[in-house]
Design a protein around this ligand. Sequence first.
Ligand SMILES: [Zn+2]
Length: 189
Amino acid sequence: MVKQVRISDSTINYEVVHRNIKYPRLEFKTGKLLLVLPEDYKDHNDIIEKHKDWIYKRNSEITAAVEKAQKKRLNYKRTDEEFKQSVHSIVENISDDLKINAGSIYFKSMKSKWGSCSPKRNLTINKLLKYLPDNLIEYVIFHEMVHLIERKHNKRFWNFISNKFHDYKNQEKELLEYWFLIQKVVDEP
Ligand SMILES: [Zn+2]
């Protein structure tokens, strides 16, 4: 059931789910706020109160991204084959750059992320990236491959990213915008 909370000048919709986890967490993975709570967690208002600044900030970023997304266009010209080839060559280049080796590369349609990197060093790339501009495809792959060096999103991780992508905050913003555009493709039959 969708609930609502008023923070400053915004009314924010959210949903609550209970899972077999130890600590509560907040997610904005699909653009909507989701409170994921341990099974026996009853009153969630304290969590909202505690994180209301973060919720407000994230919600504003997402609202702006949804708006900006309307001005962006997806690239429908790239074929699946072309996309896979270019991913493989980008991975090779980055391997040379960072002097690392990835395992296998898998392609999958994913609803919550652009890519992932497994502990076995395999990369999973979201097929939907094929609709995005080259520089963002490269950025996502680079991000996942830096995880072969540093698992966490810590300072060391972002140092690697910013060495190659000086304006990575813009790339992150753009990715968020494309995320909302892509949802339309996902919803189409
Ligand atoms: Zn990451």
